[in-house]
Design a protein. Structure first.
Length: 462
């Protein structure tokens, strides 16, 4: 059966309406009124998971992949309806990417040493119950990909999702538990509370049965987790610059950068947030962005008006995050046709619409005299987050110098930022990029601890 537009809308409405009632009373799996109960349930489930074979874990992950594919459109619509942010079509692609490219148990590798004195294995074992804090920008994507990696490694997980995306997060948590039950696994491989708050988050961070916390979000949550006294995986904020030099294919750079920046209305933390362009090609780049890529160049007056709407008392206006260019321009009284997908202008690097991580399809261009100045400017704009940076250049030496200077978890060369998530690029997908703590793109092996098993004087057959 193919789902038509009206049918999907009806399903989403029905699901959202059901979830107005207490999640627990609607029979959603993994949802508890109390954080301590949620942790206890995940602990019981982990006792079962840790005795399961890798093959059994893999069967559950395969079922999660199938359910993610089947529910991609529903989850995408729920995310947009509940948070008001993002783009349904792009969110469908993000869920499909999770289903297809988040690794399972194949990600776990054993190290072996053998010699005259026997055999030593370093096996990657589970932590137990992992605490996970998730953002409103990719709510179900993060729940699904975290659960798949954590379960592959033999853990279960308790989520404290962003309150603004709790229904979508609960829907995804229910799906992974259904997948487990259908495969003969336990309920509660992923748990949460009906009403996540900072208090439930604190209970989770301090709980004796939570040895590891994975935080995906802005600087506040990562700092809180890293101050908790527990081991923390910190996937924090970014402000990725895209540098374009005079050796680049300028037309392609315009296309790649605008495609990356506008994906899901710029919600991904890896997405291009501003451009640094060498002045000899800056106007050509702007020309292609406007004439071929649906960019709208705003005047100085419009920049001031947009800044006043987007940043209020120095803080991001949440009503602007993840909104389309057309909606943002509408907020300052500028009407544009539907094909306008990105807002652009020239400005200094200190311009608030350039220096701040906005998560909106706004691409300010900072002109620089040459590559050397561009590199310094890009380092400044990344603010030491060490998260993501991008470059369009055909000079390999410059690309190498840029990569070393920016020192980020992700660096995309001559492509759109989402290639780093495996979308039009090689390798795995994740929505938790551990920039602050250095694990980079997280996967099953990130959620393991090393265990050395030693057999003396036997099993070496060399
Ligand atoms: P946010 O920081 O507002 O919230 C993220 C999560 O942290 C939520 O669950 C929130 O309730 C919780 N939280 C916030 N402050 C907390 C505190 N002091 N103690 C405990 N919990 C706290 O972020 P958001 O708006 O949901 O998401 C956008 C931000 O997340 C951006 O900065 C983006 O770059 C970042 N992000 C990073 C990654 C990554 O993989 N590195 C992925 C997605 C989003």
């Amino acid at each position: 059966m193919t789902l038509n537009e009206n049918l999907v809308q009806d399903i989403v409405k029905e699901v959202m309406a059901k979830m107005q009632i207490s999640a627990a009373s609607t029979g959603m799996h993994g949802v508890f009124a109390d954080m301590n109960e949620a942790i206890e349930a995940a602990k019981k489930a982990q006792q079962v998971v840790k005795r399961m074979s890798l093959d059994q874990r893999e069967q559950i992950i395969t079922a999660i992949r199938r359910k993610t594919m089947e529910n991609a459109e529903i989850l995408a619509r729920m995310g947009v309806d509940e948070t008001g942010m993002g783009n349904v079509g792009h969110k469908i692609l993000k869920h499909q990417l999770v289903a297809q490219k988040v690794p399972g148990t194949e990600d776990l590798h054993t190290e072996a040493y053998s010699g005259d004195r026997g055999l030593t294995l370093v096996e990657m074992g589970p932590f137990g119950v992992i605490g996970a804090i998730t953002p409103c920008t990719n709510p179900s994507e993060t729940v699904l990909c975290n659960t798949m990696g954590m379960l592959a490694a033999g853990n279960t997980v308790v989520f404290n999702p962003h309150p603004a995306a709790i229904k979508t997060s609960i829907y995804a948590i229910n799906l992974v538990n259904e997948a487990s039950i259908e495969c003969g696994g336990p309920d509660n491989i992923a748990c949460t509370v009906e009403k996540p708050t900072l208090e439930t988050s604190n209970i989770m961070m301090k709980h004796k049965d939570i040895p590891l916390i994975a935080a995906t979000g802005g600087p506040g949550v990562v700092t809180a987790v890293l101050s908790s006294g527990k081991r923390g995986i910190g996937a924090g904020a970014g402000n990725p610059p895209a540098l374009v030099d005079e050796t680049a294919d300028i037309r392609k750079a315009a296309e790649d950068i605008v495609n990356g920046c506008t994906f899901d209305n710029n919600l991904p933390c890896i997405a291009e947030k501003e451009i640094v362009a060498v002045e000899s090609i800056a106007d050509e780049l702007m020309h292609y962005m406007i004439s071929e890529q649906g960019c709208y160049q705003i005047s100085e007056k419009e920049q001031e008006a947009l800044t006043a709407v987007v940043l209020q008392n120095g803080r991001l206006n949440r009503k602007c995050v993840g909104r389309s260019a057309k909606v943002l321009l509408g907020m300052i009284g500028v009407e544009v046709p539907d094909n306008i997908r990105c807002i652009t202008f020239y400005g200094p690097k200190e311009h608030p619409l350039i220096a701040e991580e906005l998560m909106m399809p706004i691409l300010g261009i900072v002109k620089v005299k040459d590559f050397a100045e561009g590199l310094q400017t890009a380092v400044w704009l990344e603010h030491g987050n060490r998260h993501s940076a991008h470059i369009h250049s055909k000079n390999v030496d410059r690309i190498t110098e840029y990569a070393r200077a920016l020192d980020t978890a992700i660096l995309v060369k001559n492509g759109p930022s989402y290639a780093a998530l495996g979308f039009g690029g090689e390798s795995i997908c994740t929505f938790t990029i551990a920039s602050r703590t250095g694990e980079g793109l997280t996967s099953a092996k990130t959620f393991t601890k090393a265990r050395r098993c030693v057999m003396t004087d036997s099993l070496c057959i060399r």
